[in-house]
Design a protein around this ligand. Structure first.
Ligand SMILES: NC(=O)c1ccc[n+]([C@@H]2O[C@H](COP(=O)([O-])OP(=O)(O)OC[C@H]3O[C@@H](n4cnc5c(N)ncnc54)[C@H](OP(=O)(O)O)[C@@H]3O)[C@@H](O)[C@H]2O)c1
Length: 183
């Protein structure tokens, strides 16, 4: 079982624009032709931050067009938030706050032998990293720059902590980098 931060970033290190738009991402490739179907098949529990969850609430139509459902996850999802958020119908969501370590224990029980996916944002993935709980970064770098926005991983991680173990080109629009996080 691994804890993986799987995300897409611009070349200059942003996962969304400053106003939380992901419009830059959709033209870059088809989700179903990426590593996503194999990746999600091995996921047993997910964690995401409040803004990421809010994006899904706001863009339910887009999510449904891309995945076939406005809430595409069959696995339980832990949403970190202090703000009040609406519950998406038929979703298995738990709203939590505070130290990621306590939540991680619950997620491990739910995930069993499967992996834990830290969906984002970058700081939430950073909190799992800070606690020594992150095993892999899987970053799909899109062939775009955004100039400003939400950072992919707002931490300073110096060599040799990250060990690159896989590079995969996906057409002209994306490259996927997989890193193991050394402890
Ligand atoms: N490119 C991609 O593949 C990709 C992947 C994931 C996300 N995204 C996008 O990237 C953006 C990410 O936004 P973001 O950087 O603002 O990150 P985020 O993690 O989605 O949201 C940040 C918020 O999560 C809450 N939070 C985080 N840690 C917490 C903790 N330990 N306890 C309680 N609450 C906690 C806080 O909300 P409160 O204010 O409620 O306290 C915080 O302001 C979104 O637009 C999302 O759609 C893109």
């Amino acid at each position: 079982m691994k804890t993986q931060y799987y995300t897409a970033s611009s070349i200059d290190g942003f996962i969304a624009t400053e106003d939380d738009s992901l419009e830059w991402l959709f033209p870059l490739g088809d989700l179903n032709e990426s590593s996503y179907p194999n990746f999600i098949a091995e996921v047993g529990a997910l964690a995401m931050g409040a803004s990421t969850y809010e994006w899904m609430v706001r863009n339910a139509d887009k999510v449904a067009a891309e995945t076939g459902s406005c809430w595409p996850y069959k696995q339980p999802v832990w949403v970190f938030a202090t703000r009040q958020l609406p519950l998406i119908e038929s979703s298995d969501v738990r709203f939590v706050k505070g130290d990621v370590r306590a939540v991680y224990k619950e997620m491990c029980v739910a995930a069993g032998a499967k992996n834990i996916w830290i969906v984002g944002g970058g700081d939430l993935a950073g909190q799992f990293y800070d606690a020594g709980l992150l095993d892999e970064l899987i970053i799909q770098i899109g062939s775009v720059t955004l100039g400003r926005g939400k950072q992919v991983f707002p931490r300073r991680v110096m060599s040799p902590t990250l060990r690159l173990f896989s590079v995969r080109q996906m057409g002209v629009g994306m490259v996927e980098l997989r890193y193991e996080v050394g402890r």
